[in-house]
Design a protein around this ligand. Structure first.
Ligand SMILES: Nc1ncnc2c1ncn2[C@@H]1O[C@H](COP(=O)(O)OP(=O)(O)OP(=O)(O)O)[C@@H](O)[C@H]1O
Ligand SMILES: *[C@@H]1O[C@H](CO)[C@@H](O)[C@H](O)[C@H]1NC(C)=O
Ligand SMILES: [Mg+2]
Length: 297
């Protein structure tokens, strides 16, 4: 859309500007329950965190979420459902800014330029709309040292020109910590306990350790971790074969196809599973489910 649409113009006049921010958290909760397979913990953490945050008319700091987990477990998927239920125009909104390192910051030698760009984008967009959402996907590909330019925006002291910058939402997405999460899920399985018994108290220390110790995490030596600016670590568990089948059923239903058992089983069997001996968890989660279905029809 136009960079300065009518609601942006309204924003410049109105102190109570909320841009297109129109959270429908009940809708989000329902949609996640129906469509996000096998991630009850992530669903609860995100919905609860958002609910508390949007109900507060004067939050002390922006909401900072960090998603962690294996490939294809639904991190990017959840983030797009989130955007659809927070902004009136959904994915079309001009107030959500998604950064992907390989697209926006591909060349390490331009780091200083990227720092200036990112700082001014965040500042510029927050001035336009204090309810902006900034999404940093594929954090593992981000050059360490870049993310710290957003540090001043994440704390509690950042107020410029009377705009309340503390109403913004930041979401980081990464694979860092995935091995640790998978290991915990596997240990649980080996102890014959239910995968869904695992709680944040079991996973958070492992994620935090991975994020602080992994030089490839994008958060390497970042003040964001050191200053505890992440409000909620959201773990995504590895998906089992029955979850993959559920993804196939959902995908077929959304395409108006009747999910025949031989198709569902065929697609689920075409995935590879780890560890080698037990073959419990899908190596690529539910990723590529949609593109595999036609081969089994
Ligand atoms: N938990 C899930 N429930 C339903 N569908 C899922 C789930 N996980 C993945 N999918 C399906 O797989 C596709 C790819 O998932 P997604 O992009 O969210 O993976 P990701 O966790 O972001 O992985 P990566 O770390 O590789 O980016 C989604 O568009 C969706 O169709
Ligand atoms: C807002 O962010 C986008 C990148 O998502 C950038 O291109 C644009 O210039 C920014 N707007 C302002 C006003 O800084
Ligand atoms: Mg992703």
């Amino acid at each position: 859309g136009a960079p300065w649409g009518s609601s942006a113009w309204h924003c410049s006049l109105s102190a109570s500007c909320e841009c297109e921010f129109w959270p429908d958290l009940t809708g989000l909760e329902c949609d996640l329950a129906l469509r996000l397979v096998g991630q009850p913990l992530a669903r609860q953490l995100v919905v609860r965190g958002l609910r508390e945050f949007v109900q507060d008319p004067d939050p002390a700091k922006p909401l900072v979420l960090s998603f962690h987990g294996w490939t294809g477990t639904g991190k990017t998927f959840l983030s797009s459902l989130l955007v659809q239920h927070l902004f009136r125009t959904g994915l079309q909104t001009a107030y959500v800014h998604r950064f992907s390192p390989l697209v926006h910051f591909p060349h390490a030698e331009h780091l200083e330029q990227y720092k200036d760009d990112l700082r001014s984008w965040i500042q510029g967009n927050l001035t336009r709309c204090s309810r902006s959402l900034f999404l940093f996907d594929e954090m593992d590909d981000l050059h360490p040292g870049l993310i710290d330019v957003i540090l001043p925006f994440l704390g509690s002291s950042w107020v410029v020109f009377g705009t309340n910058y503390r109403k913004a939402i930041f979401v980081f997405i990464s694979n860092t910590g995935a091995e640790q999460i998978n290991r915990i899920a596997l240990d649980l399985w080996r102890a014959r306990r239910d995968r869904e018994e695992v709680g944040l108290q079991d996973l958070e220390p492992a994620i935090l350790e991975a994020v602080s110790k992994n030089p490839q995490s994008g958060f390497w030596k970042s003040g964001i971790i050191e200053q505890h600016l992440i409000d909620i670590f959201v773990p995504f568990l590895p998906l089992k074969r029955h979850h993959v089948k559920q993804c196939v059923v959902n995908e077929m239903a959304s395409q108006g196809l009747l999910p025949r058992p031989e198709v569902v089983d065929g697609v689920a069997d075409s995935f590879s599973y780890f560890p080698k001996e037990e073959k419990i968890f899908s190596s690529t989660g539910c990723k590529t489910v949609a593109s595999r279905i036609p081969f089994f029809l």
